[in-house]
Design a protein around this ligand. Structure first.
Ligand code: ARG
Ligand code: ZN
Length: 897
């Protein structure tokens, strides 16, 4: 039963106030829901249909008396409600069973503590309600529970009353001063402790910030609290958006389907995005915590103060909030180089996860037209591509223009539930002369058309006129349900480089007077446009799509020499990195297609794959004193197997894996002295700090150690593995320790097994570290098919639990989604394993199962025998009669033609 955006209708009823009383009990929680409702005068009179799921209904009363009602599927239908515009009281009493809630949607219990997750449609698992984001109400919430077991009772807003009850129970009453849609409701009850911080905002208001965790975890909350304080300051400074609450709470739980949730004033987080200490968390964990804390905090305005009219508009809040958290991290990173590193990391996610989604069976526009299960649409398209669409608007109207647009957006829509159109309209209206305003209807195609556009750039130099003509043409392949695409508005930032000196050239357009710059944005609106640059003494090297100015694939035929020039000299750090990736990618693609490249007796390629020029270029980057370590690490990391696979029409995952491994081995061997130098030169000095500079140093020395272990393994030399083991033992922080462990495991050293055993012993009481321990083994390189048996054993490990999403992800997703060389077995055993786990998980937690189901999205690209094996495995899942809507939607789309 698909839901269509075009069918949207305003609600026939409004709910003005909600008064909820919970008697919390894991086996049977009682929920008394007293609402004040009225008819929406703008909509034709009709029965009230309330959503409910997995509830036991005990009583329904209208204005204090009995009423007739009926059930229609999951909906509670009331037909005989008071006529007229007057508000009336509706009281509904239900019970639910939080301890049995393995879906982790609605009210559930995690390690003896109650939590809720209501977005998107979890509130209906708590009480009967109009569970849609455009119904906004004022909430008062009374929580009652056993005081010894649940000393802390939290909900949205302000604590207005609390006290003791009979039989060792107690209560707390919370009132939220802001109206909100029910997906932002939250409650928490359990044994928790909080780190607290009082702050004064710019406007002079006092606020209390709290981070709640289980008692042993208080020491790991400092970084999250700092990130929260930075978030408050940043949103006020950059966008003039203050904290609108006296109290802002974050609570961590180890059982959570996603990363975190922005419930008004009471954010609930996966522990993975809260808890950090230098001993247990890596630099990546620290960075992720900062960005997720920022993300949820920024939702307070973009999402909560202005929310979505319906779930098709999800990117209104998610794309915008991802853009804001990316900007936050960049602004905190500080230096231009650290900003570029963050940009490259974000683009890498987009290209390795979103581009495949946009080219696969689940492709959908940033604003989808239909869905079966909304939980399946919390995707990289809605989030990351949505953020790119906001970023293009930002760039088309300038940073100041965007701030003006945001101001207008809040002036117009504060307190409302609105659409993506409303957002773009506000940004354009605040900047009437901008290219965004000039091309607004066409720009909006980014919201309606799925698929990744391709831009082809071709240059022609004319010596007679000393001019260079650059032609940009765009196209976009069909996606499910959209066979024809109209041209997009594509901002292309570009520059020209002197091929002999590498210097930036002035961009002088023919027929254009005015200031001449070395970088500019060209707005491509036609299917094809040509720009003619003049005053050029020789053919320049074009640097196109600088900073990844639009989420497109750029097709451009560079010579190797041109790419080497860009890698060495481009003023744009993103395109410098990109030039290195293009060189590596084309080498990989040639080797994959080259039948002369065959593995010899040792299972290795007989001939070198990388050219001496490429190796030399990598050496210069590694040794370049002007470049930051973090940037070097990105340049020296080859494109991922997933990214390489996306460039090919027919995918042999084993061949891709073998070629990439051979390239890595060659880099490891030919740069040995340079890697050793990089390792020595980037050791930590002083205490641990997760800032961009020192984490960049750790990233580069970690890569160097990894490469040295690969080279040593090849040469049968034990020195570097010995050093890695020593580093693993004495490392003062998790980043260095885990990098050393990874180097041992990934290079196949015999020291890997004792190191893994020691690691488990050291961290057996740290669940987030044990997740890493599982993930590393499930993600290890395959040696003679050993990973699948290891993964099966890990499922039997006493620490494994399928019910805990983090743990399930650490083993199953690390194998099925992040280890292509081990997963894509010619005997299809990986796929059979996948189908068993999807089915098993679906009975517990459909949301997590549906994510796993997407691991085979791109099966149609696979060569035989993988293709048939994958199809059979998907068909095996699809044949189950009892699948959730979540998994059903994914496998049905995967099998459709
Ligand atoms: N709004 C949350 C965030 O982006 C994600 C919640 C997703 N929940 C879900 N059940 N799909 O921060
Ligand atoms: Zn979000």
């Amino acid at each position: 039963p698909a839901i269509h955006r075009a069918d949207y209708q305003a609600p026939a009823w409004w709910i003005d106030t909600v008064d909820l009383t919970f008697d919390l009990d894991p086996a049977k929680t009682r929920v008394l829901n007293k609402m004040r409702l009225r008819r929406n005068p703008d909509v034709a009179a009709q029965p009230l249909r309330l959503d409910g799921e997995a509830l036991n209904l005990a009583r329904v009363m209208v204005n204090g008396g009995g009423t007739s009602f009926k059930m229609d599927g999951n909906q509670l239908v009331l037909e005989n409600l008071p006529e007229g515009a007057e508000p009336f009281d509706l009281e509904i009493f239900t019970t639910c069973a939080p301890a049995k809630n393995t879906q982790l949607m609605g009210l559930y219990v995690s390690q003896g503590t109650f939590f809720t997750q209501c977005e998107a449609e979890g509130f209906r698992r708590i009480t009967y309600f109009l569970d849609r984001p455009d119904v906004m109400a004022s909430y008062a919430v009374t929580l009652r529970a056993d005081k010894a077991q649940y000393p802390v009772l939290l909900s949205n807003g302000n604590l207005v009353d609390s006290g003791a009850l009979e039989d060792g129970r107690h209560f707390a009453k919370w009132v939220d001063p802001h109206k909100k849609p029910c997906y932002l409701f939250a409650l928490v009850a359990g044994k928790l402790v909080a780190r607290e911080q009082k702050i004064k905002s710019r406007s002079g208001n006092d606020h209390l910030l709290q981070v709640y965790v289980r008692p042993g975890d208080l020491g790991k909350t400092e970084h999250a609290m700092n990130a929260l304080m930075h978030s408050v300051t940043w949103d006020e400074a950059r966008f003039g958006l203050p904290l609108d609450l006296e109290r802002f709470m974050i609570v961590a739980t180890s059982d959570f389907n996603m990363g975190a949730m922005e419930n008004k004033g009471l954010n609930i987080f996966n522990t993975k995005y809260v808890l950090a200490s230098e001993a247990t968390a890596t630099d990546t964990d620290f960075a992720n915590i900062e960005s997720v804390v920022g993300h949820e905090y920024f939702h307070n305005w973009t999402g909560n103060r202005v929310t979505c009219r319906d779930w098709f508009q999800l990117s209104l809040k998610e794309g915008l909030t991802v853009f804001r958290d990316q900007e936050f991290s960049q602004d905190l990173a500080g230096s231009p180089s650290a900003r570029a590193v963050k940009r490259i990391e974000d683009v890498r996610v987009l290209r390795t996860a979103q581009f495949p989604e946009d080219a696969g069976p689940m492709a959908h526009p940033v604003r989808p037209d239909s869905y079966i299960e909304i939980n399946n649409f919390y995707t990289v398209t809605i989030y990351e591509k949505g953020a790119e669409v906001v970023r293009m608007q930002h760039n088309l109207v300038s940073r100041e223009g965007f701030a003006k647009g945001m101001k207008l957006y809040f002036e117009r829509h504060d307190g409302q539930a609105v659409t993506c159109d409303d957002f773009v309209q506000a940004i354009a209206d605040a900047n009437p002369l901008s290219p965004l305003a000039q091309h607004l209807p066409q720009f909006k195609r980014w919201y309606s058309q799925a698929g990744t556009p391709r831009v082809r750039a071709t240059g022609h130099y004319d010596a007679a006129t000393r001019s260079y003509a650059l032609t940009l043409s765009q196209s976009c392949a069909p996606t499910p349900g959209q066979s024809e695409k109209q041209p997009f508005v594509i901002p292309v930032e570009l520059g020209l480089i002197d091929a002999s000196t590498g210097a930036a050239l002035p961009l002088q357009l023919a027929n254009e007077a005015g200031a001449v710059t070395t970088s500019r944005v060209v707005v491509l609106t036609e299917a094809s446009q040509t720009l003619t640059f003049t005053n050029l003494d020789a053919e320049p090297v074009p640097s196109v799509l600088r900073g990844f100015s639009a989420p497109v694939v750029l097709d451009i035929e560079y010579t190797d020499a041109q790419l080497l020039t860009l890698l060495a000299h481009d003023a744009d750090a993103f395109n410098r990195w990109e030039a290195g990736q293009r060189l590596a990618l084309r080498t990989a693609i040639h080797a994959i297609a080259d039948s002369e490249q065959q593995t010899g007796a040792h299972g290795r390629f007989d001939r070198n794959i990388l050219s001496p020029e490429f190796v030399e270029a990598m050496r210069s980057v590694l040794r370049n004193p002007a470049l930051d370590a973090a940037f070097k690490e990105l340049v020296l990391t080859l494109p991922s197997e997933t990214y390489i696979a996306e460039q090919l029409d027919v995918v042999d995952p084993q061949r891709i894996h073998a070629v990439r491994e051979a390239m890595r081995e060659q880099l490891a061997l030919s740069l040995q002295p340079d890697w050793a130098w990089a390792w020595e030169q980037h050791q930590d000095t002083g205490g641990y700090r997760p800032d961009p500079v020192s984490s960049g140093r750790r990233a580069l020395s970690g890569l160097a150690l990894h490469m040295l272990c690969i080279a040593a393994q090849r040469a049968g030399d034990g020195v570097w593995p010995g050093k890695a083991y020593q580093r693993f033992k004495v490392a003062a922080n998790m980043t260095d320790r885990f990098n050393a462990l990874t180097a041992l495991v990934a290079s196949g050293s015999e020291l890997a097994a004792p190191a893994l055993a020691r690691f488990h012993t050291l961290f057996k009481d740290e669940p987030l570290v044990i997740d890493k321990w599982f993930a590393l083994q499930a993600g290890a390189p395959d040696r003679a098919g050993n990973v699948l048996p290891t993964v099966r054993q890990l499922l039997q490990h006493p620490d494994f639990s399928l019910k805990n999403p983090n743990r399930a992800r650490s083993v199953i997703f690390s194998y099925c989604s992040a280890n292509p060389g081990a997963f894509h077995r010619a005997d299809a055993a990986g796929y059979v394993f996948w189908s068993d786990r999807v089915i098993e998980l679906d009975a517990l937690n459909p949301q997590v199962a549906a994510r796993l189901a997407r691991a085979l999205d791109r099966w149609k690209k696979l060569a035989e025998p993988w293709r048939s094996g994958a199809r059979e495995a998907i068909a095996r899942v699809a044949a189950r009669p009892d699948l959730s809507n979540d998994v059903r939607e994914v496998v049905t789309r995967a099998l459709a033609d």
